[in-house]
Every structure is written in C-alpha cells, then in structure tokens.
Design a protein around this ligand. Structure first.
Ligand code: KIV
Length: 284
C-alpha cells in the first residue's frame, strides 16, 4: 500500500478553498485507526465519545485525561500517516492556563496527537489563543457540545432560533479569530451550518449539520453499527453492520465448542507416535 503523509492544517484550509470535502472519523485504538487510515480518511478524531462507545458510560463526562492519553497513543500507533486530533476531556481546560497546557502537552507528547479539540465558543477563545500560541493546532466544537449536555438540556438540534444562530456565528468567529484551525459543528441546522461555513476561512466539519460543511465526521461505532446505540439517529448512516457480524461469529464459536466441533483436526497439534507410545503406550 502506498505510504501517504498526514494532512497539514494548511492543506485542510486549501481543501476548503478548493471545495474538496474533508473526511473525519473517530477512532480509539490500534485496529480502528489502522482500518480508518487504510480506508483513506483525512483526519482521525480520538473523541471523548469513547466514554460512550468504548467505556460504556452514558455521557462523555467521566472520561479522564489518562483515558484520552491511553487511547490517543494506541490510535496514533495504528495511523501514523494520518492527522490525529484528540479531545480535551470535560473540565480540563476551564481552570488555570498552566493546568490546561499540561493537559495539552500530555496529549501531544505521550499520546502523539497532532491537534487538540475543545468544546465551546467565545468563553474559551482566550484558551484557544494560548494553546495556538504554544504551537498546537486547535479544533473548535460548537453547536451540540456533549460536555455541556446538562446545561443544554439534552441532545437537541442547535441554531433553530435567530438568537441561537447569531450567538453560534459569534462563537464561530471568536474561535477562528483565536487561531483555531478547524471547527466541528454538531447538530446545527443546515442553514446555519452553511452560513458559518461561508463566513469562516477555516474548515467546518459537520455531524448532523447538513451537507454544506467543508467536511463530515461520524463516530466509528455508529457508522459501522459496532455495539453502539440501536436507536436510529437521523444524522447517522449505517455503512456496515459489523456488530451483527461479530455477534454471529461468536455465536458460532460458542456452538462449536459446545458440540466439540472446534477445535477440529486442522486446529490441533500432535506428538510423534513413538513419543506417544513411550509416554502412554503401556497405560492404555
Ligand atoms: O467525541 C466525539 O466523538 C466528537 C464527535 C462527535 C465530533 O466530538
């Protein structure tokens, strides 16, 4: 397979200018990263959605910096030729700048990420600016920001009213001005996402935000139906049902062990006959 180089933030900006969609998918470990890179995705996001789809929590809030470092490191090992972004988890960037930068350093130095993603708008612009000035590319995240789910009152589409839309536009511009290299728009109305995409010079990456964003992101476990929520969500498309394939495979294994058809002769190793005879011959 041809070795490719990871994208750069400058190349992603050029893709926006040229109208070339950017593909992003989440991955959390070596195999998901390797398969995503082999499939040709432009950017891998080690999302804190790993709290839901890998660790079995009901939100992203319990995810720790240690969790993120651990999963980022495994992901980067599987996709060394892809631009890997890692999420800063819940409340790791709202305290002192010193603590924030130490967290960023861990994701970059121990995890091997090429950029970090932070949820929020104007209220975190100063933090985005400080991280950017430290030489680290920052990806913003606006709209439905799962780390603020309790404040937002649930997983609701954002930007339906003119007030909400104007606020989101102000937030997007604040993040861009602070130096963000890209911004994820989650569950934003298509009209607003298109407007933000037109107004910003940095790429917008949509999830549930319509087709006019500069790129799209989906959660690995959602697009592959890999043990994620079975309740269909309008913005997710299932491209493969590997959960069913895995369940079927394991079911067959269980049946074959129970019926002693596995291991079969071709899965079994033997001693030479004379050794068998020497060890056990007289004991039969
Ligand atoms: O954590 C995550 O997977 C994300 C995507 C949904 C954008 O932030």
């Amino acid at each position: 397979m041809e070795q490719r180089k990871p994208l750069t933030t400058a190349k992603m900006r050029k893709m926006k200018q040229d109208g070339m969609p950017i593909t992003m998918v989440t991955a959390y470990d070596y195999p998901s990263a390797m398969l995503s890179e082999e499939a040709g995705v432009d950017v891998i996001l080690v999302g804190d959605s790993l709290g839901n789809v890998v660790l079995g929590y009901d939100s992203t809030l319990p995810v720790t910096l240690d969790d993120m470092v651990y999963h980022t490191r495994a992901t980067v090992r599987g996709a060394s030729n892809t631009f890997v972004v890692a999420d800063m988890p819940f409340l790791t960037y709202h305290g002192s700048l010193d603590v924030t930068l130490k967290g960023v350093a861990r994701l970059m130095q121990e995890g091997g990420a090429k950029a970090v993603k932070l949820e929020g708008g104007a209220e975190i612009a100063a933090t985005v600016e400080a991280i950017t000035k430290a030489g680290v590319p920052v990806v913003g995240h606006l709209g439905l920001t799962p780390q603020s789910v309790h404040q937002l009152g649930g997983f609701r589409v954002q930007g339906r009213s003119s007030e909400q839309a104007e606020k989101l536009m102000r937030d997007a511009k604040a993040i861009e001005q602070a130096g963000a290299c890209m911004v994820v728009l989650e569950l934003v109305t298509e009209e607003l996402a298109a407007w933000i995409t037109k107004e910003l010079s940095i790429p917008t990456i949509g999830i549930g935000s319509g087709v006019h964003c500069d790129g799209q992101v989906l959660v690995y476990h959602d697009l592959l139906q890999y043990g994620s929520a079975s309740v269909p969500r309008k913005f997710v498309k299932t491209y493969a049902n590997i959960g069913e394939t895995i369940r079927e495979g394991i079911r067959e294994y269980v049946q074959e062990v129970k019926s002693r058809t596995f291991p079969a002769p071709e899965n079994t190793f033997h001693m030479d006959n004379d050794v068998v005879q020497y060890l056990y011959g007289d004991k039969e």
